[in-house]
Design a protein around this ligand. Structure first.
Ligand SMILES: *Cc1c(COP(=O)(O)O)cnc(C)c1O
Length: 385
């Protein structure tokens, strides 16, 4: 099979050494005490990567498990939760809150820009009686990036716990958990980490643990219960058998990220060069501001359809980008450039394929996307040094 270039905002290409790490021989992770040490060391590395002293836990399930576990553990009947909504994942948090008996209050901010801080500030002055608030770091369907460095400290001023979905940003955008006062941040293995889908990881503050321990009613889940993991190391007990091979791979993936000192800058340069090339060509970026550096979202030109573009890119150029879903279905194209896919050569070829496809479908561009991308990337990365 010809290898397809998969340039979607997750799952990303898996790093070679991550694939190999997953093939190591395994032990019984429930009873082999060495595995408890290994899991603990991996969690501590994660803490370093997230710039936090808080506990880190790796759970056996894809990113969505992290979202649900945070909500399940903090929500009981009548819990008021502030749901910051400027995107599809942002909005979706409300469903998890409702599912566990809570009362979500959706605070909406325009979807084509970062969450409006003034709006949040004004709202909180009037109403701040919430146990926790949810916010998405990069809301992937639109690519909007929210400034959690400002949002979380603002919420904490009112003693509101902060839950951040950073699945699509963690590793590719700056993230300082302790400095930014994030009580629970969660990520997924298949995005910037460039490991296969299957794991979620969270950092959990003491205040978040306290809120779980002070509940009037027990957490209404076992698999989504973050408290059952709290003392795993002292008790030498995991609530369920840990997916050991996945965790071997993840450990390598974290080592890769910790060793890659330029990773944030590379994501920024690649994303900036992509946006400049797109704008120069007279294609339209979907957002007004708040561009994330992990995904670029482009409006579908009126001459053709998302479906036709994706099909031709896949069949004729062996490149897979993606459309979007929910209210953005058919309206935008998304190019993921995160983790192993944040490489100039991969993005350049993707833009070449996009240009050929668009021109075949009657869209005339004012410039050459690939050449412009490489020119801007060169300027950002090498000329300033
Ligand atoms: C990818 C992603 C998740 C995990 O969701 P899947 O659609 O199951 O991959 C959660 N939140 C965000 C913001 C994501 O980008």
């Amino acid at each position: 099979m010809n290898e397809m270039l998969i340039m979607t905002p997750g799952p990303t290409a898996v790093a070679e050494n991550v694939r190999l790490a997953r093939s190591q021989t395994t032990t019984n992770p429930d009873i082999d005490l060495d595995f408890y040490d290994f899991y603990k060391v991996t969690c501590e590395k994660f803490g370093k990567f997230l710039q936090t002293k808080n506990d880190v836990r790796i759970l056996a399930g894809e990113g969505i498990l992290g979202l649900e576990a945070a909500c399940a553990s903090l929500t009981e009947q009548g819990t008021r939760v502030l749901v910051l909504d400027n995107g599809i994942f942002g909005h979706g948090f409300a469903d998890f809150v409702t599912m566990y008996g809570g009362e979500p209050l959706l605070l909406r901010s325009p979807e084509t820009a970062s969450f409006d801080l003034a709006l949040l500030e004004e709202f909180l002055e009037k109403d701040h009686d919430f146990k926790y608030a949810t916010v998405v770091h990069c809301d992937t369907p639109s690519g909007v990036l929210n400034d959690i460095s400002k949002i979380c400290p603002l919420l904490k001023k009112y003693d509101i716990l902060t839950v951040v979905d950073s699945v699509a940003a963690m590793g590719g955008e700056p993230l300082a958990v302790d400095e930014w006062e994030i009580d629970i941040v969660l990520g997924g293995s298949q995005k910037v980490l460039s490991a296969p889908p299957g794991l979620t990881f969270l950092s959990i503050s003491q205040a978040a643990y306290q809120a779980m321990e002070n509940r009037k009613t027990p957490i209404a889940s076992f698999y989504c219960n973050l408290l059952v993991f709290k003392d795993y190391f002292e008790k030498k007990w995991f609530p369920y058998t840990m997916p050991i091979s996945d965790i071997y791979g993840l450990t390598q993936a974290i080592d890769n990220l910790l060793a890659d000192k330029e990773i944030i800058k590379r994501h920024a340069d690649i994303a900036e060069a992509t946006r400049q090339a797109i704008e120069h060509s007279a294609l339209q970026l979907h957002l007004k501001n708040g561009f994330s550096n992990t995904v670029t979202v482009i409006n579908v030109p009126k001459e053709t359809t998302a479906q036709a573009i994706l099909k031709e890119m896949k069949e004729h150029y062996n490149v897979m980008i993606t459309g979007s879903f929910d209210r953005l279905e058919g309206k935008v194209l998304r190019i993921g450039h995160m983790g192993e896919n944040a490489r100039a050569s991969k993005v350049a070829y993707t833009l070449y394929a996009l240009q050929q496809t668009l021109e075949n479908q009657g869209v005339s561009l004012l410039s050459n996307l690939q050449d412009d991308f490489l020119k801007y990337y060169q300027k950002l990365t090498f000329d300033k040094k």
